[in-house]
Design a protein around this ligand. Sequence first.
Ligand code: ZN
Length: 676
Amino acid sequence: MSNSNILLQDFEYAPFSKIKTEDYKPAILEAVELARQEIDDIVTNSAEPTFKNTVEALEFSGEKLDRITSIFFNINSAETNKEIQQVAQEISPVLSEFKNDIILNKALFEKIKTVYQQKDDLGLNTEQLMLLDKKYKAFTRNGANLPEEKQEELREIDKKLASLKLKFGENVLAETNRYELPITEESKLEGLPEWFKDEAASVAKSKGKDGWVITLDYPSYIPFMKYAKNRDLRKELALAFGSRAFHNDELDNQENVLQIAKLRYQRAQLLGFKTHADFVLQERMAETPEKVNSFLNELLEKAKPAAEREFRELENFAKDLEGIVQLQKWDSAYYSEKLKQKLFNLDDEKLKPYFKLENVIDGVFTVANKLYSLNFQEIDTVDKYHEDVKTYEVTNENGEDIALFYADFHPRPGKRDGAWMTIYKNQYIKNGQNERPHVSIVCNFTKPSEKEPSLLTFNEVTTLFHEFGHALHGMLANTTYPSLSGPNVYWDFVELPSQVLENWCYEEEALQLFARHYKTGETIPQEYIDKIKESANFLEGMATVRQLSFGMLDLSWHGIDPTNVNNVKAHEKEAFEPTKLFPDVESNCMSTAFSHIFQGGYSAGYYSYKWAEVLDADAFEYFTENGIFSKNIADKFRDNILSRGGTEHPMELYKKFRGKEPNPEALLRRAGLLAK
Ligand SMILES: [Zn+2]
C-alpha cells in the first residue's frame, strides 16, 4: 500500500495534484501507527532517559503524520467536498484517541519526568528548556502527577465539561434559529440597503413566507441594527438577540453557565491552581489573573472618559437627528453609522480602484523587502491544489532559500469563509540541516470579472497584511524544534506579527508604494489617506470599553471561586458595572449566549484581543519613532520576535526587541484617546 499511496512516499512539496481523496484515510491511519511505533521505541528504550532520547525523540516523532494531516485539514478548509468531509468525520476520533493515548501514557510520562527533575543539571539551552517545560506540562496539566483516584475525578470533570459545553452551544444555536422577525410592509425596512432586502426576501421565501424575514444570524442581525431606521423593530430584534438562552425554559443556559464555571474551578483546584484563570494563564504571556485584571483596569481608567464623551456626542447627534432622549443599546450601531457617514463620507467604492489585488500583493512584498530584505519570485514548478493558487519562492538578500509561500485569494464553492494562514511544513533544524518552511495564506477576496480586475475593499487590504504578517512569522522562523517554530507561541502573543503589519496600511509612506488607481496610475489622494486614518479611530473609546467589558465578564467567571454564585444575571450586572455606558436591560443576559468563553476555547482568554492590540501598537510606535522602514528596528523585530517562535517566554522576547515591557498607553495614543 505504501508504494501506491503518494502521501506515504517521501516528498518535499505537498503533492496536491497526485493525491486522490481515497488516499487520505489509509495514509493517516498508517502514519498514526508509525507515530505510535516511534513513541513505543522511546518508552521501551532500555537506556537511561535523557533529553535527547526522550524529549527530543518525542518532539520529532509523528513527523509524517503532521505533514499529511496539515495537507488534509487545509484541503478540508480550502477545497473541500462531501467525500473529504466524510474522511474528516472518520479520522477525527482516531486522531484524538491517539493524542489522548500519548497524554495518558504513564511510562512515557515517567521518563519525561525523570529528565524534567534533572533539568537544571543537564546544561540545556533556553530553547531546550522551553521544549522540556512544554512537554512536561502537556502531561501534568492533564493530571499526570495526581494520584489514581484524583486522576479519575479529573476525567469525570472533563467528561461533564465536554457535555455541558456541547449543550451550551446547542442551546445558543437553537435559540438563534428559533427566532424570526417577519416583515410584510416594505416601509419598515427603510434605511436598509437593497442587497440586504434581497437577502431577507430570499430567507422569507425559503421559509415559505411572503415579504421579508430578519433573523438573529450575524449576516442578518448586524446590518439590520446598523441600517434599519425603525427604532421599535431594532429594539425588538436587540432584545431577542440579548435574551438568547435566558428564558427559563428547556433551552436556558443559566444552570449550564454556573456548572461550567464551578467545574472549571474544581478542575483547577485539583491541579493545584487557585482559579481556572490561574490555570489557563500559566501558559500565556500575561501569566496571572492579577496581571490581566490590572491590565484591563488600567485601560478602562484611561479609555472611560473618552468613551463617555463619545457616548454623549452620539446621544446628542441622535437627539438632533431624530429626537432620541436616552440612547439605548439598540441605537448604538445605527447612529454610529449615521455619524460616521456624516463625518467621513468615505465609502469603499471610492477607495477600491486604488487597491487592485496585484498592486496590494506587490505592496506587501515591497514592505517585506524594505523591512526584512526578502524577495518573492512567482514560480510554476510547485504542485497546487487549485489553479487559482499562486506559489512564490522566497529568498533573502544573499539569495538563500527562506521559504515556499502559497497564496489562495478568491472564494469558490468548497472554501470556508474568512482568511487564515496555514503551514504545510514547519521550519526546524535536524542533523544540522535547517529545513525551510512551506507557508500558505487563504483569503476570500472579490474575484476579477471580465470588466474589472480584483479590487479590494480597505478591510480586505488590512486582512491581506494581517495574514501576511502571520506568514512572515512562519517564513522567518529559525529555531531547532518544530513545535516551538514560527507561530507556535502562547496565544496571547500569536497576533503580534499579524496585527503589527496592518499598521503599514495606514501610513502614507507605505500607501504611496502601492495604492495606485488601477486605470490612471494616480497615487491615492492625501485626503483619502487622512480619512482612512481618522475613521479608523472613530468612536474608539466606546469600542474599547465594550471589549474591556467582555474581558472583565470572562474573568468575573473564571478568575474567582464561583462556588457561591447562584444568580447569573446579578453576577453579570455587577461585573459590567465599571464599564457601563447604556442602561441595563433586565430581560437580557450576555453570559447565557457567550459561546466564546463557555463553549469555545476563550475562557480566561478574552482579554487577549486587547492585549494583542497593545502589543502591536507599542511595537509599531517603536517603528514610527525611528521611521516605519527603519532597518534597525526591523532587524530587532526579526531577530527577537519573528525568528524566535516560542523558544523563550514571550515577555522576554518582547523586552529584547523593545527594551522594555509593552505600554498600554501606546494603544490609547494610536486610538487618539490620549494626548500624543
Ligand atoms: Zn490573526
